[in-house]
Ligand binder design. Structure first.
Ligand code: AMP
Ligand code: GLY
Length: 425
């Protein structure tokens, strides 16, 4: 069958690569894709933006696409799944109403409150004076979030009340995040260790993907501004059997049940950002209605089951009791970014050292890259995610960084401590 992947990041490269390995896949198209996706066997790029839903539907009809997998949140928030389904096309992802769990933090926090899902104490504000008065009642640090989509950059952790006031002014008066920031969530700061908990849902049942941990801050030691993610590894030892069961019961299943209660069914990937606190409590930091980037890259390296079959099991509501098989190895991915990311950064630098992965134990997933003739150039903030497998996390770390050290461009930037917190001390 022909398959369409919507998006152009490292996540979409990993999804397209894995889908193309299925014997069910005749050809995988990626819209719009990147310089990495177009190089894969059985994969080609098509020049349609991820948000151009009308053209994507026409393409799917003209090219007998039997399965569409949506990577990023923006088309999901625009209702791509609702529109594909209205044309009788299979499209894996949540519908627009469910996608609000990610596209509106206000919706998401209110949903969590309504269905007793553990999360940080919060209030929503449109008015800056009221927001500041709430800050006055809180201890710092204070977490301030733009409600709308902001590519992982709309969360500010204010260390002082003054900083919190400035952030409130920036968002509510200064329009710093545009419409995404015209309503904000202010919540208590939670201390603990984060993990990414990603499941595939069929409307009633959720099937957990392998556990993983992202590194959201830009710099070593979790310092610097928040980014979309600077590296990830899987499995995450902090997600023990106990944690897993508790999360499925208190954080995942209530979403499926709650959505049904709201008159909708949740199908597709669901990502809960967790904070696991020293006292064993687990709280939900956020929901994303898609696979994580860069978590997808190491998780796909470990997936031994057929991703096309898995996608159809979700679409056909057959996930109950579905067995999924994972490599016992650890996979670790390091994001290589353009200097300056997550702020404005230079693009168009020529990348050297690509093509040194073997596609089994090591894999260079492209994110923002562009080919011109025979050369590949940087084309945005997060450029590559270099993933390696290892017997354990230290091994995977060394294998990944060996490869990272062979790749370069002008002003390249990466963290050097991805996965180190999972090393045996
Ligand atoms: P979010 O987009 O809501 O997941 O926030 C992005 C990142 O900000 C998270 O991965 C955490 O590192 C941090 N963060 C968000 N909310 C909180 C909180 N209540 N307490 C501590 N850190 C937080
Ligand atoms: N890695 C975090 C995210 O995908 O939102």
């Amino acid at each position: 069958m022909n398959i369409l992947v919507v998006g152009n990041g490292g996540r979409e490269h990993a999804l397209a690569w894995k889908l193309a390995q299925s014997p069910h896949a005749t050809h995988v198209y990626v819209a719009p894709g990147n310089a990495g996706t177009e190089k894969e066997e059985k994969v080609s790029n098509i020049n349609i933006a991820a948000t151009d839903i009308l053209h994507l539907i026409n393409f799917a009809k003209d090219n007998e696409i039997e399965l569409t997998v949506v990577g990023p949140e923006v088309p999901l928030s625009l209702g791509i799944v609702d529109q594909f389904e209205a044309h009788g096309l299979n499209c894996l992802g949540p519908k627009q109403q469910c996608a609000q769990l990610e596209s509106s933090k206000v919706f998401s926090k209110n949903f969590m409150a309504k269905y007793n899902i553990p999360t940080a104490r919060y209030q929503n504000f449109k008015d800056s004076q009221k927001a500041k008065a709430y800050v006055d009642e809180m201890d710092s640090p204070i977490v301030i979030k733009a409600s709308g989509l902001a590519a992982g950059k709309g969360v500010i952790i204010a260390q002082t009340k003054e900083q919190a006031y400035h952030t409130i002014e920036d968002m509510l008066e200064g329009n710093k995040f545009g419409d995404a920031g015209c309503e904000i969530v202010i919540e208590e700061f939670l201390d603990g260790e984060e993990a990414s908990f990603i499941v595939l849902c069929d409307g009633t049942h959720a099937l957990a993907m392998a556990s993983s941990q992202d590194h959201k801050a830009r710099d070593n030691g979790d310092q610097g501004p928040n980014t979309g993610g600077m590296g990830a590894y899987s499995p995450a030892p902090i997600v023990t059997r106990d944690v897993h069961d508790k999360v499925m019961h208190t954080i995942i299943q209530p979403v499926l049940d709650g959505m049904k209660n709201e008159g909708e069914v949740y199908k597709g990937f669901l990502y809960a950002g967790l904070m696991i606190m020293p006292n064993g409590e687990i709280k939900t930091l956020e929901y994303n209605c898609r696979f994580g980037d860069p978590e997808t890259q190491p998780i796909m390296m470990r997936l031994e089951s057929d991703l096309v079959e898995l996608a159809f099991a979700a679409l056909n509501e057959e996930l109950d009791g579905y067995e999924v098989s994972w490599s016992n190895k650890t996979a670790l991915g390091v994001v290589m970014a353009a200097g300056g990311y997550p702020d404005q950064c230079k693009t168009g630098d020529i990348i050297t050292g690509l093509d040194q992965d073997d596609g089994v134990n090591t894999k260079i997933f492209h994110a923002s890259t562009k080919r011109q003739d025979c050369s590949i150039f940087t084309n945005g903030g997060r450029v590559l995610c270099v993933v390696a497998l290892g017997e354990h996390v230290e091994d995977a770390y060394h294998n990944a960084y060996d490869l990272v050290n062979k790749i370069t461009w002008n002003n390249e930037y990466h963290r050097t401590d991805i996965g180190k917190r999972a090393f045996v001390k």
